[in-house]
Design a protein around this ligand. Structure first.
Ligand SMILES: [Zn+2]
Length: 160
């Protein structure tokens, strides 16, 4: 049995004409609908291995936008937003190399390392380094360390 794509009534799998609404059933239409539904489900719940870094990227953009919209010199949230954006892209790229979705080129590795160096440099080369680290540890210390650890974990961990 299958569902008629026009009236949603149950019909025989081999039927080429629906007995309920008299529509001509094109086999391909039914199959394509099934495939795209499964594809969407697997993208959201199953085979999408990048939901973590994609979520981080979105959060990074939101933090960056909120920092840019705040005229009260929210330098740390701009930095934190950029750090999360660079970090999640580098992480995703490293994971794609591990999973052999992309080629393991030295250019790609170099760009990942540059992104990480920018993140570290952004927090180390501040004017009021110690004051910022103590007063505002979340964007200036915790986020950079978290990004570096996440990156190292994906590099070291063996992917199935
Ligand atoms: Zn029908």
């Amino acid at each position: 049995m299958k569902k008629c794509p026009y009236c949603a009534e149950e019909i025989q799998a081999e039927a080429i004409k629906c007995k309920h609404c008299q529509s001509l059933i094109n086999k391909e239409v039914v199959e394509t609908k099934e495939i795209s539904k499964n594809w969407l489900v697997s993208r959201i719940f199953g085979k999408n291995k990048f939901w973590g870094s994609t979520t981080a990227l979105v959060i990074g953009i939101l933090i960056l936008v909120s920092g840019l919209n705040n005229p009260q010199g929210q330098g740390s949230s701009i930095y934190a937003g950029l750090a999360i954006i660079f970090g999640s892209i580098a992480y995703k790229s490293a994971k794609k190399r591990k999973l052999k979705i992309v080629q393991d080129t030295s250019l790609r590795k170099t760009l990942e390392i540059i992104a990480l160096i920018l993140i570290v440099a952004g927090t180390v080369f501040q004017n009021n380094l110690i004051i910022n680290w103590v007063n505002d540890p979340f964007p200036n210390v915790i986020i950079p360390i978290w990004i570096i650890i996440a990156y190292l974990v994906v590099i070291i961990k063996k992917q199935k």
